[in-house]
Design a protein around this ligand. Structure first.
Ligand code: NAD
Length: 474
């Protein structure tokens, strides 16, 4: 295990933050000691503390956005929207807790009262990814805390500075130290936390590779709740529409926002043959205008660098693989700045490739497939082990009905991008994209478990059948 975590600014390569790795046993012990008190606080108190947290984030909004932009490389305007999402999550989660996990009771006739209530699990490990280092872990943390759990948050080893600020805002709001803790570490610490006996659940957002490893590790421990939000190989299907400029904008937004580092980014454009030439022309023009620059540049860039050089080099290798195995480059993937992970948006036609790899290329690479029938388009879209997000652009209401009914994904959109999901809806996928525990509005579901009770004020009972008559002589 390395003893320190160091993060670097992708846009400059400069060191940004460093700290020693945390002690897993220590944080788990502290969380366990804090849990009973937190769980027994009135719900109104926990909600009030979450609202204070939102106010703390409002107060540090500029600094937090700047830290997100520096540590991830995403444009400042985009980092600001992430901070807004962190703040908005509080009210959404309060509503979700009330709607998804309410207390209910009904008269059970002679059996007394039947009640349905929810209890927190205990100590939850939250493991976060680097691409939304505040919003995504926060999307697990707020619902978990409202429900009465303690949280140990291990941010991505690539974005610990943002993680530290987020946890600092909870403490500044008055949430006790032991209730929300930061665990600095990389994969080793993540593995140790997941396997720790003192953890009651794991709320994970990250790659399918890591999610599967976590699932496997906990396979013999069904008592621990495991929510896995993983990646995608998301299709965007272009069907009949005269609005090709809008279609091109939606495709570019879907594929290249955040330099393609969104789990919901469109990886595959499946296009009707009759629209192929005009849309490719428009995509070439539009992607040629995309500004790729550092987060604070003026004019503001559309996208920044990817997270690091290793990731950029891996994407470059994948692009070369595609074009040396039957793919035709429409726009090349370039790494314009020596030693820094800036990449230009790439488009490659893979229609003629015999075996298209079903992997998530987490960066600005869009693969294009030409088809002639809608059924073929849907079959092509479903040719993946993932199932996170899918969009149909164009088409009639009947086409959309057919698309919606047959596509396999947890997010299915029409004339909207594959990304930019709302926190007011469930967020999750099928196949390798998740384990049917969607986050966002439905996160409340995995943060508490339901308890059924039947209750009477007094113990009143008799046995009505199967007893001998009372014999006073016995
Ligand atoms: P990652 O899987 O490499 O890491 C995520 C977190 O898990 C990190 O904190 C990491 O240290 C930890 N980790 C890694 N291996 C582990 C293991 N074996 N046991 C325990 N913890 C482990 O993901 P990343 O590269 O940071 O993020 C990008 C990935 O996240 C992409 O695949 C993307 O699609 C996915 N993602 C999914 C969603 C979603 O909500 N579905 C959202 C954003 C990102």
């Amino acid at each position: 295990m390395s003893s320190e975590i160091v993060s670097f600014e992708p846009a400059t390569g400069e060191e940004m933050w460093r700290a020693p790795v945390g002690d897993v046993d220590e944080v788990v012990e502290k969380a366990r000691a804090s849990w009973a008190d937190w769980a027994s606080k009135p719900l109104a108190t926990r909600i009030e503390l979450m609202r204070r947290f939102a106010n703390e984030v409002r107060a540090i909004a500029d600094k937090l956005a700047e830290t997100i932009a520096r540590e991830t490389g995403k444009p400042l305007w985009e980092a600001r929207t992430e901070v807004d999402a962190v703040i908005a999550k509080v009210e959404i989660s309060i509503t979700a807790y009330a709607e998804r996990t309410p207390q209910r009771s009904f008269d059970n006739a002679l059996q007394g009262k039947a009640a349905i209530r929810h209890k927190p699990h205990g100590v939850m490990a939250v493991l976060g990814p680097y691409n939304f280092p505040a919003h995504l872990p926060n999307g697990h943390m707020i619902p978990a805390l409202i429900a009465g759990n303690c949280v140990i948050f291990k941010p991505s080893e690539k974005t610990p500075a943002v993680g530290e600020m987020l946890v600092g805002a909870f403490h500044a709001a008055g949430v006790p130290d032991g209730v929300v803790q930061l665990l600095i570490g990389a994969r080793d610490e993540g593995e140790a936390l997941v396997a720790h006996d003192g953890i009651d659940g794991v709320l994970f957002t990250g790659s399918a590779h890591a999610g599967i490893a976590i699932n496997r590790k906990l396979a013999s421990n069904p008592g621990k709740i495991v929510a896995l939000e993983m990646g995608g190989n998301n299709p965007i299907v272009l069907w009949d529409t005269p609005l090709l400029d809008d279609a091109a904008a939606l495709i570019v937004q879907s594929a290249f926002t955040s330099a393609g580092q969104r789990c919901t980014a469109a990886r595959r454009l499946i296009v009707r043959d009759t629209l192929y030439d005009p849309i490719i022309e428009k995509l070439k023009k539009l992607t040629g205008r995309i500004i790729v620059d550092e987060p604070f540049a003026d004019p503001a860039p559309f996208m920044g660098p990817v997270i690091d050089n290793q990731t950029a080099d891996g994407l470059m290798e994948s692009f070369v693989y595609l074009i040396t195995n039957g793919g035709k480059a429409i726009r090349h993937l370039n790494k314009p700045r020596e030693g820094l992970p800036f990449l230009t948006p790439a488009i490659v036609d893979v229609t003629e490739m015999e075996q298209r790899p079903d992997v998530e290329l987490f960066g600005p690479i869009l693969q294009v497939v030409k088809v002639s029938e809608l059924d073929e388009a849907i079959a092509e879209a479903n040719r993946t082990r993932f199932g996170l997000s899918a969009s149909l652009i164009g088409g009639s209401p009947a086409d959309y009905k057919c698309f919606w009914a047959n596509i396999r994904a947890g997010i299915v959109n029409w004339n909207r991008p594959t990304n930019g999901a709302s926190s007011k809806q469930p967020f999750g996928g099928i196949g390798l994209s998740g384990n049917h525990r969607p986050a966002a509005f439905y996160a409340a579901d995995y943060c508490a478990y339901p308890v059924a009770s039947t209750e009477m004020d007094q113990p009143r009972a008799n046995i009505g059948v199967g007893l001998e008559e009372i014999n006073p002589d016995r």
